[in-house]
Design a protein around this ligand. Structure first.
Ligand SMILES: [Zn+2]
Ligand SMILES: [Zn+2]
Length: 455
């Protein structure tokens, strides 16, 4: 056989796909996906034996692939005997897994009762029967039930820091433990919350107060979900929360965050491990940040992975309008950037997205020492880095007023004398009389400013 007509890995079978420039056969492709995933868990995420991990599943194709890959990493592939499913069997890993699904179907996407029931049934069935993972389903309406005190965003004091460090060491030696009784209250449960209907209406009102252009609505929903996940982690002692973030998402986030004035957080939030918040008590992890959408789609098809096919919110919003926008990508910032990368990747150079993702590894992460100097470095809404008060983009100038020297005052001229004294702003209180303005980061402030009928 001529070179190019044969799989570059096994050099035996005829190739099925062209992955980047390499021609590869189906079994070799599947093996390499699983292998890359496992080595990502081991080397980038440092997931140990017996570790307890929370997998956050939205139901979309990337997070469902994450679920299948996790199952594969744990149990190998003895059970996937179904017809037409490509087998991948390799050495197993040993750690524990719990699945968390934040249910946004009705409040965000307006699913019918029947469709909603079917999707949740699918997630339950996959967890219980196919993967044998424990799970919890929490409706997004429960965002209103988060007690602010349970999500303390203050940096730990030196003593607390020491205690957290000890706890980390304990975890490494003995692995994170759980209060079994407490865990039973959420294990394999679809959580019920009080006044669900009223909270749903409140949630819809909250989201619809934001403009549908740009990505404000999507951002707020994402931040609320992240707060709920963090709350869940702190409450039930999960230290590692895994997300199905793909490399396209990483590339999109990089540009998107900068556009939205959230550049300060980007180095943390798109890395493999983001443990800047809560004194490192939770690590948000993205084991799939090297995977291309195409690879995930092929993997899912070969493994017959089920997923919820959900149209983007921006599209749904536009379709509801009498006169939808003619702006590209339904006037959504995120979708526009995503389309930009997809086009470059598909039509121009297959290494575009991988190059951008590699580049993000060079971004410097800020060190958060905390302490008294900066007790609250993070924004309580997005958990991102809060800008310092002298951010000139925000305030324009730090000169508050200029005291004109009385003795040299010249009625024809305005502040030109050397004895005039400019007064600089000293504290955040002086800039932002409103408490909300003081605590939110630059990006979240733009979000709040864009809201209508604020209440
Ligand atoms: Zn091969
Ligand atoms: Zn923020």
């Amino acid at each position: 056989m001529k070179a190019g007509k044969i799989c570059f890995k096994c050099k035996q079978r005829a190739p099925n796909y062209c992955n980047k420039q390499d021609k590869v056969c189906k079994p070799c492709f599947m093996d390499s996906v699983v292998h890359r995933f496992k080595s990502s868990l081991r080397t980038n995420l440092k997931i140990w034996k017996d570790d307890l991990n929370l997998i956050c599943v939205s139901g979309g194709s990337a997070s469902m692939a994450l679920l299948d890959l996790m199952h594969n990493a744990l149990f190998g592939d003895e059970e996937s005997a179904a017809e037409g499913v490509v087998k991948v069997s390799q050495r197993k890993l040993f750690f524990r897994v719990h699945v968390l699904h934040v249910d946004e179907g009705r409040a965000v996407y307006g699913w019918s009762e029947e469709f909603h029931r079917q999707q949740l049934e699918m997630i339950k069935r996959l967890c219980e029967e196919k993967y044998k993972f424990t799970y919890t389903i929490v409706p997004i309406e429960a965002a209103f039930d988060i007690v602010p005190a349970s999500l303390d965003v203050r940096m730990p004091s030196p003593e607390e820091k020491e205690r957290l460090l000890q706890e980390r060491k304990m975890d490494e030696a003995n692995h994170a433990t759980q209060d079994d009784q407490l865990f039973e209250t959420v294990k394999n449960k679809h959580m019920e919350i009080e006044d669900l209907e009223a909270k749903r209406e409140r949630f819809k009102a909250l989201i619809s107060s934001l403009p549908i252009e740009s990505s404000f609505q999507e951002d707020l929903i994402f931040y609320l979900k992240k707060l709920m996940i963090s709350d869940f982690c702190l409450r039930y002692n999960f230290k590692k929360a895994l997300f199905g973030t793909t490399s396209h998402k990483v590339a999109t986030q990089l540009l998107g965050q900068i556009c939205k004035g959230r550049g300060a957080s980007v180095a943390h939030e798109i890395s493999y491990v983001d443990d800047k918040n809560f004194g490192g008590r939770i690590s948000y992890m993205s084991p799939m940040r090297d995977f291309l959408l195409k690879e995930i789609a092929l993997y899912n098809r070969n493994r017959k992975v089920e997923a919820i096919l959900q149209e983007p919110l921006a599209k749904i919003n536009q379709q509801k309008l009498a006169r939808p926008t003619n702006a590209p990508s339904f006037a959504s910032t995120d979708l526009l950037i995503q389309a930009f990368f997809s086009k470059l990747q598909d039509k121009y150079n297959v290494n575009t997205v991988p190059t951008v993702v590699r580049l993000t590894g060079k971004l410097k992460k800020e060190d958060f020492e905390g302490g008294d100097a900066r007790p609250y470095p993070f924004c309580p809404l997005c958990l991102g880095v809060r800008d310092r008060i002298n951010n000139l983009l925000e305030v324009g100038s730090i000169i508050k007023s200029i005291q004109v020297s009385k003795e040299e005052r010249d009625p024809d001229q305005f502040i030109t004398k050397t004895k005039d004294v400019p007064a600089a702003v000293q504290s955040a209180d002086e800039w932002f009389p409103d408490q909300l303005e003081q605590v939110l980061c630059f990006g979240c402030k733009r979000l709040a400013i864009s809201a209508q009928n604020r209440s």
